[in-house]
Design a protein around this ligand. Structure first.
Ligand SMILES: Nc1ncnc2c1ncn2[C@@H]1O[C@H](COP(=O)(O)OP(=O)(O)OP(=O)(O)O)[C@@H](O)[C@H]1O
Ligand SMILES: [Mg+2]
Length: 318
C-alpha cells in the first residue's frame, strides 16, 4: 500500500547555519499511530513543521496522499491537522468561535454538530463561551486539539499533545486519539512520555541530532531490543559462580547473596523469561536453593534510554 506520507532526504539548515534535520527518510502508513521519540532539540518539531508548511526544507521531498506537497501545498495542507507544541493561539477569542474559525480557514462549510461533538468529547463544551486565555493550561491544550480536529484532517500531527497535562486528562486524550484511529485518521505524535508511545503507537521512530536512528513496529522493537533482568535471592551466599551456570548471562551481586540474570533480546535469541525458567532448573539440579525471584522486562523507556546512550547507534539508520 502506498504510504500516506513519504519523506525523502529531508534536510533543514536554519538561518545561522544550524542543521536540525540531516537527510530524514520516513514513510507513514495510512491508519497507523506513529510515535516519534527523541530528546530536546532532536528535530521533532522541525520535521513536523516541514510537513505542515511552517518550516521551509533546505532539501528533500515530502509526498502526502501520493502527491508532492511542494507542488500542491494548499490543497494537501487542508487534509493535514496540526496540534502545535507551543500555545500560540488567539487568546482573546472564545473557545467555540476559535474552533469554528479553524474549520473555516480551510474553506470548509460550517458544521455546528461536528464542532459540538468535538468540544464535548474534549470536555470543553461547558467552556465554549470562555476566552481561551482564561482557561487552565491543560484546557488550552485541548482547545488546540479541537482546532486541529475541526477540519476533519486525514493526517494528524500531535506535537507533544499531553505535555503539562495531568495523568487523568492524558488518559482521556489517549482515548480520543484511539477513537480517531478507529475512524481511519492517521496520527503522528511526538512525546517525552514514553509510556504514551508504549500505550498507543503501532510503530515508533527514534530521532536524535536530526537523524532517524531507528524505525520499527513497537512490539518488534520491544522484543528485539528488550531485556529481561531477574534477581534471584539465594538461600545461602555463594563465593563464586558454579560451573553449572557458566552458560547463562549471570553474575553474583550483593556479596554473593543474589544471582543477577541479564538476558533476552537480540535477534534470534530465546526469550529472557524462558531462559530464566531454565536457569532455575539448573540451580535446582546443582543443589542451589533460592528464596525469591524478582523478574523485570525492560520497557520501551529502557530501550529508548539505551538507544540514546549508545554512541555507536549514531548514524545507524533503520
Ligand atoms: N527557528 C530556528 N532557528 C534556528 N534554530 C532552530 C530554530 N528552530 C529550531 N532550531 C534548532 O533546531 C534544533 C531542533 O529543534 P526542534 O524544535 O525541532 O527540536 P525538538 O525535537 O522538537 O525538541 P523538543 O523536544 O525540545 O520540542 C534545536 O537545536 C533548535 O535549537
Ligand atoms: Mg519540539
Amino acid at each position: 500500500m502506498q504510504p500516506i506520507l513519504e519523506i525523502r532526504g529531508l534536510t533543514k539548515t536554519y538561518k545561522g547555519g544550524f542543521t536540525a534535520l540531516r537527510g530524514v527518510d520516513l514513510s507513514i502508513n495510512k491508519g497507523e499511530i506513529f510515535a516519534l521519540l527523541g530528546p530536546n532539540g532532536a528535530g521533532k518539531t522541525t520535521l513536523i513543521g516541514a510537513v505542515c508548511g511552517l518550516v521551509r526544507p533546505t532539501s528533500g521531498t515530502i509526498h502526502a496522499f501520493g502527491e508532492d506537497m511542494g507542488k500542491h501545498w494548499r490543497r494537501l495542507r487542508a487534509r493535514v491537522g496540526l496540534v502545535p507544541q507551543e500555545l500560540a493561539t488567539d487568546m482573546f477569542e472564545p473557545v467555540l468561535r476559535s474552533v469554528n474559525h479553524s474549520r473555516g480557514l480551510f474553506g470548509l462549510a460550517p458544521n455546528p454538530a461536528l464542532i459540538e461533538e468535538i468540544l464535548r468529547a474534549l470536555s470543553l463544551w461547558e467552556k465554549r463561551d470562555a476566552q481561551i486565555r482564561t482557561l487552565s493550561g491543560g484546557m488550552k491544550r485541548r482547545v488546540l486539539i479541537a482546532k486541529a480536529l475541526a477540519h476533519e484532517p486525514e493526517l494528524l500531527f500531535l506535537d507533544e499533545p499531553t505535555a503539562g497535562v495531568d495523568v487523568e486528562l492524558r488518559r482521556d486524550m489517549w482515548k480520543q486519539i484511539a477513537l480517531l484511529r478507529e475512524r481511519g485518521t492517521t496520527v503522528i505524535l511526538t512525546t517525552h512520555y514514553i509510556e504514551e508511545a508504549e500505550e498507543m503507537a503501532d510503530r515508533v521512530g527514534v530521532i536524535r541530532g536530526g537523524e532517524i536512528l531507528m524505525v520499527d513496529e513497537k512490539a518488534a522493537m520491544m522484543e528485539r531490543l528488550g531485556r529481561t533482568e531477574a534477581l534471584i535471592t539465594l538461600a545461602s551466599p555463594l563465593t563464586e559462580l558454579p560451573e553449572a551456570l557458566s552458560a547463562y548471562p549471570v553474575s553474583l551481586i550483593e556479596d554473593g547473596r543474589v544471582l543477577c540474570y541479564r538476558g533476552g533480546g537480540g535477534e534470534g535469541s530465546s526469550s529472557g523469561t524462558a531462559e530464566v525458567a531454565e536457569l532455575t532448573k539448573a540451580l535446582t539440579r546443582a543443589g542451589i536453593d533460592y528464596t525469591a525471584i524478582d523478574i523485570h522486562e525492560s520497557s520501551l523507556e529502557d530501550i529508548f534510554v539505551n538507544l540514546l546512550e549508545g554512541p555507536e547507534m549514531q548514524g545507524a539508520v533503520a
